[in-house]
Design a protein. Structure first.
Length: 296
């Protein structure tokens, strides 16, 4: 490494450290304000919900800005209450979508134990699901139903696990039980990430999947020069009382949206052979837990 490269590397480390400290500070301030509001507004459920939505919007927008991100929006998000399904690429999906969506998110149970972030997600009424226990699905579906009945929007990642950006994993029908049985229309969204020239590709630097370690992955993310998140909302929701059929509609709809997110240049599109191999690898990884082995 020559002197110029060493200077750039050192500068990126300082930027990453500044971003990390800024994120922690903003998260603590928002969490404290959110917690205070929940106490003061506890007798008034709708005011408390609006307080939560405003704070989560503010936190997510500040977080995306602090880590060098910008977001391109296509389409119109639904009004609450709504049931939405999106593809799942990274822990950043929630941060990006929360900038615009007045919703609670369904997340893996591990998140509530993460330092600082876990506290914030609990204050934001996140709905947790234990991926290690298939029998936790009925309990999770009950919390989704209750959130919808309260007037919340609910955002679900029905692939059951995160993946790379260039394909959509099979959707798990049990996670759509509430939408199928209660005749809720399912709104669709697709998230896509791009890094800047000279930085690692988004499927390594932003997408979080497989055996990646959280801490090192976040540190690499904070070193990026910046990134662009593209979010597309479908024009119309899908609906079906048959959860298998609904799952296929959701997968096809999200795939169609994600195809529109791909860069126009052929050179930036994924190689079909490598894409097929990576999809098989993901399908093998996802079978490691009972939830991801859930049958249709």
């Amino acid at each position: 490494m020559n002197r110029s490269e060493h200077t750039v590397s050192l500068w990126r480390r300082w930027v990453a450290l500044w971003r990390l400290l800024s994120l922690v500070a903003v998260t603590l301030m928002v969490a404290l304000s959110l917690a205070a509001g929940r106490v003061v507004l506890s007798p008034w459920s709708e005011q408390k919900r609006r307080w939560r939505i405003r704070h989560f919007h503010a936190w997510s927008r500040a977080s995306v800005y602090l880590i060098g991100g910008r977001t391109q929006w296509h389409g119109v998000p639904p009004e609450r209450p709504f049931f939405m399904a999106s593809n799942h690429l990274s822990y950043l999906d929630i941060v990006v979508l929360a900038q615009r969506l007045p919703a609670v998110f369904v997340s893996k149970a591990d998140v509530k134990h993460w330092p600082v972030i876990g506290w914030l997600t609990r204050l934001a009424d996140t709905l947790y699901i234990n991926r290690e226990r298939r029998r936790d699905i009925p309990r999770a579906n009950t919390t989704i139903r209750e959130a919808l009945q309260r007037g919340d929007g609910v955002v679900l990642f029905p692939e059951g696990t995160s993946s790379e950006s260039d394909f959509v994993l099979p959707v798990r029908p049990p996670l759509l039980e509430v939408a199928a049985s209660e005749s809720y229309p399912v709104y669709l969204a697709a998230v896509y990430f791009e890094t800047q020239p000279g930085d690692p590709h988004a499927h390594r630097a932003i997408c979080y999947y497989g055996d990646m370690s959280f801490g090192p992955h976040v540190w690499r993310l904070l070193h990026l020069k910046g990134f662009t998140a593209t979010v597309r909302f479908a024009d119309e929701p899908v609906a079906s009382s048959d959860r298998k059929h609904l799952a296929e509609q959701v997968r096809q709809g999200i795939h169609s949206l994600q195809t529109l997110n791909f860069p126009a240049t052929q050179s930036s599109k994924p190689n079909a052979t490598n894409n097929h191999k990576r999809q098989n690898d993901h399908l093998q990884n996802e079978h490691r837990t009972p939830l991801e082995r859930a049958v249709r």
